[in-house]
Design a protein around this ligand. Sequence first.
Ligand SMILES: Cc1cc2nc3c(=O)[nH]c(=O)nc-3n(C[C@H](O)[C@H](O)[C@H](O)COP(=O)(O)OP(=O)(O)OC[C@H]3O[C@@H](n4cnc5c(N)ncnc54)[C@H](O)[C@@H]3O)c2cc1C
Length: 451
Amino acid sequence: MSIAPAPVTVIGAGLSGALVALLFARRGFTVTVYERRPDPRLEPSDAGRSINLALATRGLRALERAGLAEQVQPLLTPMRGRMVHGRDGTTSLLPYGQTAREVIYSVERDQLNTLLIDAADSHPNVSFRFRHACLGARPAEGALLIRDQQAEHGYEVALTATIATDGAGSAVRTSLAAAGYLNAREELLDHDYKELTIPAVDGAHAIERHALHVWPRGDYMLIALPNPSGTFTATLFMAKSGAQSFAALAAPAQVAQLFARDFADAAALMPNHVEQFAAHPQGIMGTVYCDRWHVGGQVLLLGDAAHAIVPFHGQGMNCAFEDCTALDRLLDDSVTWQELFARFAAERKPNADAIAAMALENYVEMRASVLDPAFVRQRQLGHALERSYPERFIPRYSMVMFHPEIGYRQAWERGQRQSEILQSLDAAGHTADSPAAKQLVEAKLSLLAGH
Ligand SMILES: Cc1cc2nc3c(=O)[nH]c(=O)nc-3n(C[C@H](O)[C@H](O)[C@H](O)COP(=O)(O)OP(=O)(O)OC[C@H]3O[C@@H](n4cnc5c(N)ncnc54)[C@H](O)[C@@H]3O)c2cc1C
């Protein structure tokens, strides 16, 4: 027994909204999607915010489940590892994994979102209402408040089986919190980000195409992800205020000085970096902690609306896509919407909490730890342990990025134990093939299911 096909409302046609609409349509539900922005196929978003994203195995699995694996391939640029750029211009590649399969993919957000909207829109069960913003939900009255931005009038639709995928600043979440249905906390990071573009040279990539480039500088960092056009989208992450901060970069000369001192090789690739810096917006980042994700069977928060995270593990979209497939899978044996939403929240919340914590930790790893010889040694030791004990030891980064069969929560818990093993072996100078390594791995790590 499962829920009989019925009308479903989706709020937000972003990455997860378009995907969940398609998955439900394929099961026979009729889906109406309300999106605040204009149709991105007709009006592309502003330059300067066309972020590209890292897509990993969890996200790819979800696209496969929606039948989009082949269509998405041409949009993807494989990245084999982190290319670390020193201040002196030297580079070294830290591979992400150990096999040809263990790569992540750079994809442009707009292109991926358009592909998903196209796929959902071509299904007869889905209709989109662009420029229709949701103002909030009123469960007691069974109403969803919508505003047609073009006609400038508001109206109500029935709050039945609504999936709110309206992103980190979710109006649905805010309205439910204001009415006391849930408690939500948005914890902003005291660091912001700014995007810049590294142009193509004669249509080709100016630096190694198949890598995620990082300029780690301790308290801040620059990264760059490749685009199929030959450009890179670079992002500077830095404190909002303080000695080394965005606040200290108010004058063009200060920006030029920072790039000349810390990112000289990147600056040489971006002759107009000072102008770009002045012209592009400064973005904020944060984590959304929300104690309840649904109100009965009326409304469910999904994706960033339920659990936005900081971007340093490249998992926000991947996690949101995994949400979509989890909901789709749980439909199989849920009898009511209330049951479906409750089972979804129970399964996904511990995982979302775990990736939120790991994403925060990864900022330190990317901007500082990669410069620490002990970190680099332990990373190599981790890969060696994986080769010796693949059924027990998989580096945490690999579990998160390449092993969707291992949930985020499990990756986080095993990762803590693995970190203790690595520190203890490293401190004693033991190698992966030593008896001490065997003893510790077998004592602390159970066999992984299916390995
Ligand atoms: C700088 C940066 C880098 C990132 N890098 C990565 C990465 O490398 N890998 C990764 O996996 N994730 C990354 N992320 C995270 C990723 O962008 C999000 O997790 C992902 O977009 C979440 O998808 P979503 O569908 O939940 O929300 P969104 O994609 O934000 O979609 C929300 C949609 O709802 C619409 N909407 C908003 N309010 C309303 C309303 N009131 N009514 C109607 N519609 C509304 C919006 O217009 C939008 O279309 C990054 C995020 C940032 C900020």
